[in-house]
Design a protein around this ligand. Structure first.
Ligand code: ZN
Length: 111
């Protein structure tokens, strides 16, 4: 297992945590003032909020995968396919260090 990958996971984990905290600071619910905001603007604000929530969900999911990858490094399971136990190709882990399946099993699962 390359140290480089662990470093990448750790720095992406820190960055993702930072982005989530940063967002939590700014994500006070949008005030929807009936008087000053028209119907279309309200819909815009709701859509913006929904998109922001989707981003947060994606980041939280990513954070979970990054933490799981670090846990696998700690217990020596990192780099092995969860399905068949084969080594995951390094090139594949360089694309995304949180991959948990070899290319064959990932293909079978459709992702
Ligand atoms: Zn496999």
């Amino acid at each position: 297992m390359s140290r480089e990958l662990k470093k990448r996971i750790e720095s992406e984990l820190a960055e993702t945590e930072r982005l989530l905290l940063d967002h939590a600071d700014k994500s006070a619910p949008v005030e929807l003032d009936q008087q000053s905001v028209g119907r279309v603007s309200r819909i815009d604000a709701i859509q913006v909020q929904a998109m922001a929530q989707a981003v947060v969900k994606r980041r939280e999911a990513r954070l979970g995968r990054l933490r799981a990858a670090l846990a696998r490094i700690e217990n020596g399971e990192y780099g092995y396919c969860l399905e068949c136990g084969e080594t995951i190709a390094t090139g594949r882990l360089e694309v995304d260090p949180t991959f948990t399946h070899c290319v064959r099993c990932a293909g079978k699962m459709g992702g």
